[in-house]
Design a protein around this ligand. Structure first.
Ligand code: CMC
Length: 436
């Protein structure tokens, strides 16, 4: 980061002396005021719940321009990556800073595919869960449990350990997600098959059975790969910040990523795709497109507690570029599967049309986000709704691990330790129980 040629001066109306604070500039995006010495100089903290105005780190990985609706991984627009590259190339880009050349791609793919199997003992751990456990509960447990199986890659301060755990996590997530699914439907686990693509192998582990040959459908394979690319990273969102904060204590990468999985589960974050599809199904049950107006009135009524899931974003104040790509994939998949008239897709398009014209949404700059169409695609592919967030976790793992590795390699990294504005009881004495 570069020191700007201007500074910020903070003055106080109570006569306390003003303080100057340096300002840094990134390569794009807003400048930041360096408040690290603020407490030492003034005895005051800043107050920013939800990090609305706080940059918690410097990063070179992903950049979002929320007003333009632009998403760049290492400088490359998401539209170009989604149309010209596959997920493993994107993983290489996020992890190592650039797209692989042909030889690097072969090497990286082979490293990942050599780690797709999980320790056989993982099965027994998985079998301890109830069959109806939510896949994200299982994933939180399984990912955390990896640290108990791969002792040779748990030292986060060792660059080799970090690299091998990154490869292991990327390679094993599809295997674990598919195992969680197979367990829930009572089917045998399907081992990875390394001559398939990353997405193709995942489809096979999900949908093959030992009784029949399985042929990967190319349209679905491409759609799955695109879902992975679109979800691979998204700068300092809640789960990524969780991974960074968790990893800042020096814990092992598997434990830090498990924390990210747990955070992603929430309906305001990764769980929105599940919540969005449930919302569409509810409206469909109520009467479908004819009930859209009534549903929208509820969304706009602050007392109803109803939100239009798949709409709105902390950073995007324009169309989420991932939503456009996802809508394209949705068209492709539904056409390939002969589901062009899918009522939920029609309903989603109608909701989007109304919302984009409605003052409530226009004024608040609420646009469809990635989750608005991803659920429809996944449902058409045959992925159960409860597994949607697990797929998101699978794809986001590379982003989490790239961000974690970046943090550990940053000389300015410190354990994360936010401060607080205390509004509870001041010191008081414990009274004997009879007098309380
Ligand atoms: N439906 C109705 N109203 C909304 C919605 C929505 N989906 N999203 C925001 N608003 C309203 C909100 O009530 C507020 O109105 P007012 O100013 O009158 O109080 C205004 O828009 C600003 O919203 P906010 O809650 O202050 O914005 P935020 O940045 O804190 O929240 C969000 C962002 C994503 C949590 C929120 O838009 C939301 O809950 N959306 C639905 C859930 C969703 O789709 N999440 C997926 C996010 S993308 C995938 C990911 O990154 O994980």
């Amino acid at each position: 980061m570069k020191l700007a040629d201007y500074k910020a001066t903070l003055s106080f109306s109570n006569g306390s002396p003003a303080v100057d604070m340096p300002i840094y500039q990134g390569n794009i995006g807003p400048d930041v005021i360096d408040i690290r010495k603020l407490y030492a100089q003034t005895g005051k903290f800043t107050y920013d719940p939800g990090f609305l105005s706080t940059a918690a780190c410097q990063s070179t990985i992903t950049y979002i321009d929320g007003d333009k609706g632009e998403l760049l991984y290492r400088g490359y627009p998401i539209e170009q990556l989604a149309t010209n590259c596959d997920f493993l190339e994107t993983c290489h880009l996020l992890l190592y800073g650039d797209l692989p050349n042909a030889a690097q791609k072969v090497d990286f793919t082979s490293r990942v595919t050599n780690h797709t199997m999980v320790n056989e003992q993982m099965q027994f751990f998985l079998r301890g869960f109830r069959r109806d456990a939510h896949p994200m509960a299982i994933m939180t447990g399984l990912v955390g449990a990896l640290s108990a199986f791969y002792h040779d890659s748990t030292d986060v301060h060792n660059a080799e350990h970090r690299d091998i755990s990154a490869i292991r996590l990327i390679a094993k997530m599809p295997t674990l997600v598919a195992m969680a699914y197979k367990y829930s439907v009572g089917q045998p686990f399907i081992y990875p098959k390394n001559d398939l693509s990353y997405a193709g192998n995942f489809m096979r582990m999900m949908f093959a059975t030992p009784c029949e040959d399985y042929k990967v459908n190319e349209v679905i394979e491409r759609a799955m790969d695109r879902i992975f690319i679109l979800h691979a990273d998204h700068e300092q969102n809640a789960s990524t910040s969780t991974v960074r904060l968790c990893g800042s204590s020096g814990t092992n990468p598997f434990a830090a990523i498990a924390a990210g999985v747990a955070c992603l589960w929430g309906p305001a974050h990764g769980g929105a795709n599940e919540a969005c599809l449930e919302m569409l199904e509810d409206i469909q049950r109520m009467g479908g497109v004819s009930k859209v107006g009534e549903f929208m009135e509820k969304v706009k009524d602050k007392n109803s507690g109803v939100k239009l899931m798949g709409f709105g974003h902390r950073v995007y104040k324009n169309y989420d570029p991932r939503a456009k790509l996802m809508q394209e994939t949705c068209n492709e998949v539904l056409t390939a599967l002969g589901l062009e008239n899918d009522p939920l897709f029609k309903l989603a398009k109608e909701l989007e049309k109304i919302a984009l014209e409605d003052d409530y949404f226009v004024q608040r700059k609420l646009y469809p986000n990635v989750d608005f169409y991803s659920g429809i695609v996944q449902r058409a592919i045959g992925i159960p709704v409860k597994l949607f967030t697990g797929i998101f976790a699978l794809a986001r793992t590379v982003g989490w691990i790239a961000q974690l590795n970046e943090m550990i390699g940053d000389p300015e990294y410190k354990i994360g330790r936010p401060r607080q504005l205390f509004t509870g009881s001041v010191k008081r004495d414990v009274m004997p129980i009879a007098k309380r």
